[in-house]
Design a protein around this ligand. Structure first.
Ligand code: ADP
Ligand code: ASP
Ligand code: MG
Length: 439
C-alpha cells in the first residue's frame, strides 16, 4: 500500500503547520511520497511566498534593487527552520537564487523556488530523500506537460527512493530551464507522482475538511461532500470551486486512483473522496454548486436561423479567428447567444462583431456584460424530476433575474446565467432550497 500526500500552502505556512504535517505523515507508514507547495498565508492579509517571489522577480527584471524583498522571503523560511530546530541552512541556495534573479532567468524559475526550498526543508524535517521536480517532471517546448517522458522518468526515479519529497508546481522544459504549471499547480504534481508510483490513494491536504457543497466564502459552514465523481468534480472545479486544480484529476483518473481531500487542521475528519464512479447516492439531489463572475453574452438574431445550415459555424468562426474560446452557446429558433470571458473578449470585441457581420450576416446583435455563470452539478439530477423548476422558483423568490438556463446533455449539470451582482444571492438561494430545506 502506497499513499501520496500533497500539502497546500496554508498547511505549510509556518513551523507550527510543518509540525502538524509531520505528525500526519508519520502516523501512517504508507505515506511515502510527499508533495509540498510553497508556504502560504499564515493569517488573513498575509502574502503567499509564491506572490512574494513573483513581485521580487519583477523588480529584478527591471534592474531595480531586490535585496530587501528577497530577504523577506528568506526570513519566511528561516522562521520555519528555527521553529523546527533544523540544522539545514539555505544560505547557499539564496545566493544562487539572487544571482539567477540578477541574470533574469525567468519568472517561472523565480516562482518555482517557493516549492523547491520548502521541499528541501520538508525532506530534512521528515528524513525523506529530496527529488528536484526539474529532474522528473517534463514539459514540451510549447509549455504543455510531456506526460510520457514524465511518467517514464518519474516512475524509474521513485523506485530508487522508497520515501521522498517532490516539490510541487514546476518541472523542466526540453532545454532544462524551469517551467511551472498554472497557479495552484502543485495539485497536478501530486497527481503525477501518484500515477507514477501506482499509489493506492492520492491524499490532498488543505485547509478545509473536504470539498463543500458550495464555496465556504459564500455559504458559511457549508456541508462537506462525502463522495464525488471525477466528472462532477471537473464541472465544479472548472466553474471555480478552487479546492483542487482542474487539471489534477487527469493523471489519477485513468489509473483509477481515488483522491481524498483532507484537512491538515482537522486530520480526524474523513474529508471528501473523489472516485471514478460510485453507487453511493449523494445526500441531496445536487452534489455541488460553483460559479464564476465576469462573462459577457453576445445575442445574435436572424430570421429563420434554424433552417440556415452552417449559421452556428460561421458565428463561432468569428470567435475562433480572434482566438477566443466560448463558454456556453444556448440557442432558440431565431436566436443564438454566446457566453465568453469578458476579460478575453473586451480587447477584441469590435473585430469579433465585424467578423460575425461579415460571415453570418445576422439581423441584429446585442451584448450584455457583467454576467456570472453558476453550475449546479449532481449525478442524482438525472433520476430526479423538476430540478430546473426548483432552481427557477428559488431564484424567483430571491428576486434574482435569470438570464439563461442551460442543461448539459449529460444531465450532470445545469448552468445558470445571472448578473454579477446577483451571484452570491443566487448561490445562497440554490443552496438553501436543496440543502437547508432538504428537498
Ligand atoms: P491549498 O493551498 O491547500 O492548495 P486552496 O486555497 O487551493 O488550498 O483550496 C482550498 C480553498 O478552496 C478553501 O480554503 C476554500 O476557501 C476554497 N473553496 C472554494 N470552493 C470550495 C468548495 N466548494 N469547497 C471547499 N473549499 C472551497
Ligand atoms: N505555490 C503555487 C501557487 O501559489 C502552486 C500551488 O500552491 O499549488 O499557485
Ligand atoms: Mg490549491
Amino acid at each position: 500500500m502506497k499513499k501520496v500526500v500533497k500539502f497546500g500552502g496554508s498547511s505549510l505556512a509556518s513551523a507550527e503547520q510543518f509540525e502538524k504535517v509531520g505528525k500526519i505523515v508519520k502516523s501512517d507508514k504508507h505515506r511515502v511520497y510527499v508533495v509540498p507547495s510553497a508556504p502560504g498565508k499564515r493569517y488573513d492579509g498575509d502574502t503567499k511566498v509564491t506572490d512574494m517571489l513573483y513581485a521580487t522577480y519583477a523588480l529584478a527584471s527591471e534592474k531595480k534593487p531586490f535585496d530587501k524583498e528577497l530577504n523577506a522571503i528568506k526570513s519566511r523560511y528561516q522562521e520555519i527552520i528555527d521553529g523546527l530546530k533544523l540544522k539545514t541552512s539555505l544560505d547557499d541556495e539564496f545566493k544562487t537564487i539572487a544571482d539567477n534573479f540578477a541574470n533574469a532567468v525567468g519568472s517561472d524559475y523565480a516562482a518555482s523556488r517557493g516549492e523547491y526550498l520548502n521541499g528541501i526543508l520538508m525532506a530534512a524535517y521528515l528524513g525523506y530523500d529530496f527529488i528536484d521536480a526539474a529532474t522528473v517532471i517534463f514539459f514540451k517546448e510549447d509549455g504543455t506537460l510531456d506526460s510520457k517522458k514524465t511518467q517514464q522518468v518519474l516512475s524509474e526515479t521513485l523506485k530508487e527512493h522508497p520515501k521522498a519529497v517532490v516539490p510541487g508546481f514546476y518541472g523542466a522544459l526540453p532545454d532544462g530551464s524551469v517551467h511551472t504549471f498554472s497557479r495552484g499547480g502543485s495539485d497536478i504534481t501530486g497527481s503525477l507522482v501518484a500515477k507514477a508510483c501506482k499509489a493506492d490513494v492520492y491524499e490532498n491536504w488543505t485547509d478545509v475538511s473536504g470539498f463543500m457543497v458550495a464555496d465556504p466564502r459564500i455559504i458559511p459552514n457549508p456541508e462537506s461532500i462525502e463522495t464525488i465523481t471525477y466528472r462532477e468534480l471537473r464541472e465544479l472545479a472548472y466553474m471555480g470551486a478552487g479546492v483542487l486544480h482542474e487539471e489534477a484529476i487527469f493523471p489519477v483518473r485513468k489509473e483509477g486512483i481515488p483522491i481524498n481531500i483532507r484537512n491538515t487542521n482537522a486530520p480526524e475528519d474523513e474529508g471528501t473522496w473523489i472516485v471514478e464512479s460510485t453507487c453511493q447516492k449523494s445526500k441531496y439531489v445536487i452534489t455541488g454548486i460553483a460559479g464564476k463572475k465576469g462573462f459577457c453574452a453576445i445575442n445574435i438574431e436572424k430570421d429563420r436561423m434554424n433552417s440556415e445550415i452552417g449559421f452556428g459555424r460561421k458565428v463561432l468562426q468569428a470567435f475562433e479567428e480572434q482566438d477566443i474560446s466560448f463558454e456556453h452557446v444556448p440557442s432558440g429558433i431565431d436566436t443564438m447567444t454566446i457566453f465568453v470571458h469578458q476579460s478575453e473578449f473586451a480587447q477584441k470585441e469590435q473585430k469579433v462583431l465585424a467578423g460575425i457581420h461579415k460571415l453570418a450576416e445576422p439581423d441584429y446583435i446585442d451584448m450584455e456584460t457583467d454576467l456570472a455563470l453558476i453550475a449546479v452539478v449532481g449525478r442524482g439530477m438525472k433520476s430526479t424530476r423538476g430540478t430546473a423548476g426548483r432552481i427557477f422558483s428559488a431564484l424567483a423568490h430571491a428576486n434574482v433575474n435569470v438570464k439563461m438556463i442551460d442543461q448539459g446533455s449529460s444531465e450532470l449539470n445545469i448552468i445558470i446565467g445571472v448578473k454579477n451582482e446577483d451571484f452570491e444571492a443566487a448561490i445562497r438561494a440554490i443552496y438553501t432550497i436543496f440543502v437547508d430545506t432538504q428537498l
